[in-house]
Design a protein around this ligand. Structure first.
Ligand code: ADP
Ligand code: MG
Length: 590
């Protein structure tokens, strides 16, 4: 559809309102435009909490050169033409006022190109006035850069909160969209640092891990009966008048929070705030949660667009349902059924099987009897029985690990350990990667290197050469000393100290492979992290390597000390947790 100015009678019907309240509102409107434009990748760049700069880049359809100026006129939209269209809105935007409103209070630059055109359009507006327009080469898609927000509205500027607060609003917003659209890849950088990235895998669960962490995600239950176990979106209802289709995840009763802010709802892909929906979810948990505690939920409702009015609030974050009773019933039923089918029965009055001092002594005596030397004190110190936190109601949901007691190694790959809330299986390689990665990052400017007695030559393929050439300054900053030796040959004179003790040739080959194969992130800092992760991967103990008891314990102890023990630097889990409740269920003890 082409962009045109809405006839005044349509424009007037549209709830007017200020759309730009703070930097997060800018991000919201731009993201919605990107989604409406069919983008699969949306990159958000923020500087100084958005006050200095907000940039949203997408690979969507772009705007034709002939229409791009019109996009900034008030009430110009390509998504709506008549009043009738207002009754079944399927796009996120429809008022045609976001770009105009944002441009009016900032310095805005747009670079956009459609697939049908060979050059893109570049536009610069200051306070809503077009100051520059020219043709420019750019990829298909749209990049909107909003700088110096509210520079001409000092009153509004005064109301902006601290950078951290504005950042939090932006992060919250982006993570919501990432959950609503798991098939899209979102990334956010703040002052050049990547802080969030979704995979675009299409699975809501993958986004939950990124947003809430693995520990919480593991305790979320997919809505029963939803297509693909809550992984994919529910389809639109087949016939009008049918209740909404509900998909998504809700927390198991063992997981709860002090506030309702973790109840997230999307109606036809739009994030909404709605008390009725929150109440429906809480009703479903009736008697399952301790008083004053609230569940977590990420629920996606799909219903006939004709049955929901999205045009009731300027920021479009509130909706009106034509049949709210039906919506209420559908949500409550879906959640209740999920809980009944899948939730572990909450531990009511069951005495937690906590280690007592007597248990502990007996265990010590038993194991000492079977061995020459007594068990190493190291493990004992970390976890005297009294220090175990109580078992119920739920495992700690912070990212820190509880003290773990190592029991042994399975399949030369996994460490088996006991914690206060059940059993942990730890991937020795992933865990070690995490440890080395954090140690490496902590070295900051002073990376310890090891000079090789004899320089090693590396023969590379052309693709590898290109990759190494490009990252040479970075590699050398990270503790390598690598220099070109003509053609595709390089000379390695030193390596980061973490690599000492590994098969160097193999390690270097692995690192070079990763450099050449993966697409390197555009940001220097992200590239650096990636290379560090790659070095740590080579340096880490491998699966299949037999480790002594002492080494196992040391590894777990070091993992406990990391800031993010649950994932390796590549984002894969380092461990699987089998809770006490799960074990009891599996054994039919309940
Ligand atoms: P609305 O989204 O309500 O239509 P906006 O002011 O946000 O109004 O955008 C105006 C028009 O500009 C949109 O209807 C769309 O045609 C075009 N547009 C804005 N952003 C993009 C984008 N990222 N990609 C493609 N087209 C866009
Ligand atoms: Mg819009």
């Amino acid at each position: 559809m082409t962009i045109r100015v809405l006839p005044p009678e349509v424009a007037d019907k549209i709830a007017a309102g200020e759309v730009v309240e703070r930097p997060a509102s800018v991000v919201k409107e731009l993201i919605e435009n990107s989604i409406d434009a069919g983008a699969s990748e949306i990159r958000i760049e923020v500087r100084q909490g958005g006050r200095r700069l907000v940039r949203v880049a997408d690979n969507g359809c772009g705007i034709p050169a002939a229409e791009v100026e019109l996009a900034f006129a008030r009430h110009s939209t390509s998504k709506l033409t008549s009043v009738d269209d207002l009754t079944h809105i399927v796009t996120l935007g429809f008022r045609g006022e976001a770009l105009a409103s944002i441009a009016a209070v900032s310095h805005l630059t747009m670079l956009t190109r459609t697939a049908a055109e060979s050059t893109g359009s570049y536009l610069r507006l200051e306070g809503g006035t077009l100051v520059r327009r020219e043709g420019r080469g750019c990829p298909v898609g749209t990049i909107v850069t909003v700088e110096n927000l509210f520079y001409n509205v000092p009153a509004r500027l005064k109301f902006l909160r601290s950078e951290a607060t504005e950042r939090r609003h932006i992060d919250q917003l982006v993570t919501r969209y990432a959950m609503a659209y798991p098939q899209l890849r979102f990334s956010v950088t703040h002052n050049g640092r990547l802080t969030f990235q979704s995979t675009g895998s299409g699975h809501l669960y993958d986004v939950l891990i990124k947003v809430y962490g693995l520990e919480v995600a593991e305790q979320m239950l997919p809505i029963a009966g939803a297509a693909d176990e809550g992984g994919s979106e529910a389809p639109l209802p087949a016939k009008t008048g049918e209740g909404p289709q509900v998909s998504g995840y809700v927390s198991s009763p063992a997981l709860h929070r002090a506030s309702r802010e973790h109840l997230t709802f999307f109606v036809n892909g739009r994030w909404v705030q709605d008390r009725m929906l929150a109440y429906a979810v809480e009703q479903a948990y009736h008697t399952l949660l301790p008083v004053g505690r609230h569940p977590l939920a990420v629920l996606r409702l799909k219903l006939d667009p004709a049955e929901v009015d999205v045009n009731v609030h300027p920021t479009k974050s509130e909706v009106k349902f034509m049949h709210s009773d039906r919506v209420f019933a559908a949500v409550q039923k879906a959640v209740r059924r999920t809980l009944l089918e899948q939730a572990p029965i909450p531990e009511m009055g069951a005495r937690p099987t906590q280690w007592t001092a007597a248990d502990w002594e007996r265990r010590q005596a038993l194991s000492a009897a079977g061995r020459e030397r007594p068990p190493v004190q190291l493990a004992l110190e970390a976890q005297r029985p009294g220090e175990f936190p109580p078992l119920s109601p739920a495992p700690a949901t912070t990212d820190k690990l509880p003290p773990l007691r190592v029991l042994g190694q399975v399949a030369r790959t996994y460490i088996i350990a006991e914690g206060p809330s059940g059993l942990y299986l730890i991937d020795q390689h992933a865990a070690h990667e995490r440890i080395l990665y954090e140690q490496f990052m902590a070295q900051q400017e002073r990376i310890t290197t090891q000079t090789l007695l004899e320089p090693m030559t590396l023969e590379l393929t052309p693709a590898q050469t290109a990759a190494v050439e490009e990252q040479l300054p970075l590699l050398n900053r990270l503790g390598f000393a690598i220099e070109p030796f003509g053609g595709n040959t390089y000379l390695v004179r030193a390596v980061p100290a973490v690599l000492v003790g590994t098969d160097l040739r193999q390690a270097l080959a692995g690192i070079v492979d990763e450099l050449a194969e993966g697409r390197m992130p555009p940001l220097a800092q992200e590239r650096e992290k990636r290379v560090i992760a790659s070095v740590c991967k080579q340096a880490a103990v491998k699966a299949g390597q037999v480790l002594s008891d002492e080494e196992l314990r040391e590894l777990v102890r070091q993992l406990e000390a990391t800031a993010m023990p649950r994932t390796c630097p590549h984002g894969r889990p380092t461990m699987i947790h089998l809770s006490q409740a799960q074990l009891e269920r599996e054994f039919g003890r309940r």
